[in-house]
Design a protein around this ligand. Sequence first.
Ligand SMILES: [Zn+2]
Length: 269
Amino acid sequence: MLDISLLPQQVEPSDWALVFASRNSVTAMRGTPGSPWTVQQASDLWGLDTLTAVPVGYWQGRGLWAFSIAESQVNQTEQISSNLYSLLGRVDDNLFHAHGRAYQLLHWTRTHRYCGQCGSDTALTEGGRAVLCNACEFRVYPRVSPCVIVLVTRGDRLLLAAAAGFQKRFYSTLAGFMEPGESCEQAVAREVREEVGIEIGNVRYFSSQPWPFPSQVMLGFFADWVSGDLTLNEQEIEDADWFDANALPPTPPMTSISGQLISHFINSR
Ligand SMILES: [Zn+2]
């Protein structure tokens, strides 16, 4: 399990390293899928500069660090370069969590190299918890964007939608980013209204899931249909319908909160 209550402060050769080339995690082709390297192994392979290491937490009692390399540095015969989607469900959940956090922190440092307020250089501070502007002392913590995701039901039937633009068509729960100033309940009602034109009520929290694509947290809810007929927003939704619980279309896997919401509803009828 990844422990993030403390962050490692000094890179040791025996520490762990998760190495990313662009959006892909680079791991060894042999051995347990998704396993981290030791810092020593990664340094031998890529000559890593430990000054660029981003502290992630502690993994199995040793410091875990995130590193970036260029895509041209990946050795295609010895290493696998996998995006996070392809690791989800293929590696242990705790290991996926470690990859997800490492990727988010690298993404955060890469996109905050300059101060958003005055444009000067920034550097990690607070032992890796924040980036700090050297000139105006503006401080930025890693950003997490909350998204609501909701399974709306009407009696025994489930509202599921196929998103526009996805090649592999499957039917999922509705989801969207929260807006500043909104409560979760308001965001759920607005998203459902915008995407399929109905009114819902009785919004109940289910569970949450970090979703590192690149830095969301999915907040899962159930809600009941109250009024209205489905009117699809065609820019976002290709198809949506009320599905009988006994005749569901292809739905997302249980590794996603959408799959868990659907399964929970089906099993608790
Ligand atoms: Zn500044």
